[in-house]
Design a protein around this ligand. Structure first.
Ligand SMILES: [Zn+2]
Ligand SMILES: [Zn+2]
Length: 133
């Protein structure tokens, strides 16, 4: 299913349009996502990197994910909203934080990732399966 997805950061300095298909959607409970979002997990979806057009500056920082791969987390330098992340494991893919969607109700997570790092005050959704690794 192809659908156009639009969204942006909290202050409006960064906007994006994604034309491609959502490859998959997930909630990630890893420590890096907890720190980047300020809460118990991130909710994100993956699209092909060449299907997304961004407007405005995104700044990235490099970190290691809980499985050791280098990841690059993108945020708006003005308002700090987390927007994207990329991992060297899947260079053709970009992950976009679900709450940045203009219509976040279009997001529906299919998987839980790093559920073992979940905090007791933000447990993984029971109906979701752990992602294949
Ligand atoms: Zn912003
Ligand atoms: Zn994570």
């Amino acid at each position: 299913m192809t659908e156009q997805l639009t969204g942006g950061c909290a202050c409006g300095a960064v906007r994006y349009e994604a034309d491609g298909e959502i490859e998959f959607s997930f909630n990630c409970h890893c420590r890096k996502c907890q720190q980047a979002t300020g809460t118990g997990h991130s909710s994100a979806f993956a699209v092909a990197a060449n299907q997304v057009q961004f407007q405005g500056e995104i700044r990235e920082y490099k970190a290691s994910s809980d499985n050791g791969a280098a990841t690059y987390s993108g945020f708006c330098p003005t308002c700090g909203s987390p927007l994207t992340s990329r991992t060297e494991r899947f260079p053709d893919r970009i992950y976009i934080h679900a709450a940045t969607l203009d219509d976040p109700s279009r997001f529906s997570p299919a998987f839980t990732v790093f559920e073992e790092a979940a905090q007791p005050w933000d447990p993984p959704m029971k109906e979701l399966e752990a992602a294949p690794r």
